[in-house]
Design a protein around this ligand. Sequence first.
Ligand code: MF3
Ligand code: CO
Ligand code: CO
Length: 269
Amino acid sequence: MSITLKSAEDIEKMRIAGRLAADVLDYITPFVKPGVTTGELDRLCHDFMVNVQGVVPAPLHYQPPGHSPYPKSICTSVNHQVCHGIPGERVLKNGDIVNLDITVIKDGWHGDTSRMFVAGEASIQSRRLVQATFEAMWIGIAAVRPGAHLGDIGHVIQKHAESQGYSVVREFCGHGIGRNFHEDPQVLHYGKPGTGVKLLPGMIFTIEPMINAGRRDIRQLGDGWTIVTKDHSLSAQWEHTILVTESGHEVLTLSPGCPPVPAFIAQAA
Ligand code: MF3
Ligand code: CO
Ligand code: CO
């Protein structure tokens, strides 16, 4: 596969898909509370996507090579679950942290975004990890401009995470996105400045760091999807879909309910 550059018309469709994905997260936010099951969150999001937005939930029956078809419409990854958690009977308890990852298909184009949520009141350690991961994502986004390299993005994310004693998951990465859920390039969340693909206007990809409080090692559960930390330490992830513009970047998955950009990023921009 090669990296597709999106035309002005393609970009307009991607803006719409990205905003719709973010709107699902805004919609579900008030439901993420102690007592709710991850399966209920999936059902609510599914019904909103299909019946209100008229979009297709991209995860449902998604089957990359070597996988069984994904059985649900969103991913719900709780506490030491890193990503691709399958919604089900699990009841959220006070202090749980959960990533909700939403990907919609609108008119054949994909929008992909995820946020962390806290059920009730989280511990200081949980909040620090969630905040550090949010900042890591935004520091990566701030590095996106024509002429920059993918390694620049990975490097700043890795530096931010590791300087706080956290580790970066290596096995999963951001990805090009458009007519396909996952396209080239792979966007690693670690790396060296000046290495990797050089960014051009019209590229669209996600930045979605998975940061662990403990070691970076992961394993897959027997369900064939859910990824967990080997040492059972907490893990956090945030995700946006980003367009490289002539002058820098545009985040395609913003919505009114997005937490504000960290002040130290907003000032530098
Ligand atoms: N949304 C995830 C990503 O950010 C991919 C989920 S694949 C699924 O790339 F099948 F688990 F939904
Ligand atoms: Co995603
Ligand atoms: Co993604």
